[in-house]
Design a protein around this ligand. Structure first.
Ligand SMILES: Cc1cc2nc3c(=O)[nH]c(=O)nc-3n(C[C@H](O)[C@H](O)[C@H](O)COP(=O)(O)OP(=O)(O)OC[C@H]3O[C@@H](n4cnc5c(N)ncnc54)[C@H](O)[C@@H]3O)c2cc1C
Length: 266
C-alpha cells in the first residue's frame, strides 16, 4: 500500500515542571532552554503500523510528512530510520500561529500534492496541545472516512479491519481505503532504529515545501485562524493537608469519621 504517516515534533513532555513556562500576555509556550524537542510519542506508533501493514502485504511505500520548524526534520529522520521510505517537511513562516484546522488543511494539501495515498496514518493526539482533531480534519478535507484510536489494524481483502479503543471496551470496524486512521498508544511498542538504519536514513530524500508550494499561503497565518485562544496559563494547584490527631488509632479514626460527617462526605 501507498501509506502516508504524519508525525509532529513537540516540546519534550518529560520537561520538568519547573522549566515549563508560558508567556501569558503573548499566549505562547516559552521553549525550555537546553531541552530538545522530541517526536510526538504516539507518532512512531503510526509509523510502526504503516511498516507492519506493508511488511505483511509484501511491499509498498511509506512517506512521512511533518509540519513545523526546520528542527521537525528530526521527527522525519526518526521515521526514516525506523524504515519509512521518504519524507516531506512543511516549513514556512506562513505557518506561524496556525490552528488545528489550518494544520489539517496544510497536511491535506501536502497529501494531495503527493498524489494521495491508500492510507493516511496519524497519532491519536499530539501530546502538547492534545486535541486529537487533526486526523478527522484531514479526512474531511480529503473526503475519506476516518477511524480514530486504533489499537490494531490489518488488511481484510480490499478493506482494512481496525480494532478501536473505547472508554468501556473495544470496537472492531471495517473501512474501505483510502482512509485516515489514528493510532492509539495501545498499538504497542514501535521498533527502535539501529545505528545502521540511522545512517541509512541520512541518505533518504526529504523534500521541503512551503505554503506557496501547496497553494495555500493565503489560508495560513494568525489572521485565518478559526480557533480563538482566550487564555494560556499554568494552572495553580493547591492542596491542603490536615493531620487528624488522636491518642490511639481508634480515636484518630473516630475523629476522622466526625470530620467527614461534618463535611457531609459520609
Ligand atoms: C496560540 C497558538 C499558536 C500556535 N502556533 C503554532 C505555530 O506557529 N506553528 C505550528 O505548527 N503550530 C502552532 N500551534 C499548534 C497547532 O495549532 C497545533 O499543534 C496543530 O494544529 C495540531 O493540533 P494538535 O496539536 O491538537 O494535534 P492533534 O490533532 O492532537 O494531533 C493528532 C495527530 O495529527 C498529526 N499532526 C498534528 N500536527 C501535526 C503536524 N504539525 N505535522 C504533522 N502531523 C501532525 C500527528 O500524527 C498527531 O499525532 C499553535 C497553537 C496555538 C494554540
Amino acid at each position: 500500500m501507498n501509506i502516508i504517516v504524519c508525525v509532529k515534533q513537540i516540546p519534550d513532555p518529560e520537561t520538568p515542571a519547573s522549566s515549563f513556562k508560558v508567556d501569558e500576555a503573548a499566549k505562547k509556550v516559552i521553549p525550555a532552554q537546553g531541552i530538545a524537542p522530541v517526536v510526538n510519542p504516539y507518532d512512531p506508533q503510526a509509523t510502526e503500523a504503516a511498516l507492519r501493514l506493508n511488511e505483511a502485504d509484501g511491499g509498498g511505500k511509506v512517506t512521512v510528512i511533518s509540519l513545523g520548524p526546520d528542527s521537525a526534520r528530526d521527527a522525519i529522520k526518526h521515521a526514516l530510520a525506523m524504515g519509512a521510505d521518504e519524507g516531506v517537511l512543511l516549513t514556512d513562516s506562513a505557518f506561524d500561529d496556525i490552528d488545528n484546522f489550518q494544520t489539517a488543511a496544510a497536511l491535506a494539501a501536502a497529501i494531495q500534492k503527493l498524489g494521495g495515498a491508500d492510507l493516511v496514518l496519524m497519532g491519536r493526539a499530539a501530546a502538547d496541545w492534545d486535541m486529537g482533531v487533526v486526523p478527522s480534519g484531514v479526512a474531511q478535507i480529503l473526503g475519506v472516512p476516518c477511524v480514530t484510536l486504533a489499537k490494531a489494524i490489518e488488511k481484510s481483502g480490499s478493506a482494512l479491519k481496525v480494532e478501536r479503543v473505547l472508554d468501556d471496551g473495544f470496537q472492531t470496524v471495517e473501512v474501505n481505503t483510502p482512509a485516515v486512521v489514528s493510532i492509539s498508544n495501545e498499538f504497542g511498542e514501535p521498533r527502535y532504529p539501529q545505528l545502521r538504519q540511522i545512517m541509512l536514513a541520512a541518505k533518504k530524500t526529504v523534500q521541503v515545501w512551503s505554503a506557496a508550494d501547496l497553494g495555500i499561503a493565503g489560508e495560513m497565518g494568525a489572521a485565518n485562524r478559526v480557533l480563538t485562544l482566550d487564555a494560556l496559563y499554568v494552572p495553580k494547584v493547591e492542596s491542603n493537608v490536615e493531620i487528624i490527631e488522636g491518642d490511639s488509632p481508634e480515636e484518630k479514626a473516630r475523629n476522622l469519621a466526625q470530620k467527614l460527617r461534618a463535611a457531609k462526605l459520609v
